[in-house]
Write a protein that binds this ligand. Sequence first.
Ligand code: S3P
Length: 165
Amino acid sequence: MKTDKLYLVGFMGAGKTSVARALGRRLGWRVEDIDHRIEERERRRVGEIFAKDGEPYFRTVERTVLNELLPERHIVIATGGGTFVDPDNRTAMLSDGAVAWLDVPLERVIARVPADGRRPLASDRVQMEQLYARRQAAYSQAHVRIDASKPVPEVVERLLEWIGY
Ligand code: S3P
């Protein structure tokens, strides 16, 4: 799939941020991280936004940040785990660039994502598992599914192959 823009989607702990950085270096493209942009804009951490203003507010900021990135080209975007789950965001992303789902098994997510409050939706493990199951249908609408249980360099090679670089 020839493209000048790549979105990485998938659950928390899939490695979206690390893969985006490595891929950006290989392509010589800019790298953006939706969560980082939200934190910069709000001048506070994701955990604090959820705690003080709740998830609906966080999702509004997330949507704004995504919309700001729509005109950008030659860019790799690491999304947050929920960005692609929103139907409007999903439609926008699918028509704007190439969307790759970094798929990891739940056991890997559990091992990789600490319940430390940095990710508010990961603090209750039972709820996190339910969320993982519910979101599969959304993630599966990405243009491609990549097995992200592989090491980062392998995931990067697979993505480069897919976009024809
Ligand atoms: C979320 C995932 C987080 C962050 C926020 C909500 C989610 O991003 O956007 O905590 O809804 O899955 P990561 O996937 O980068 O951890």
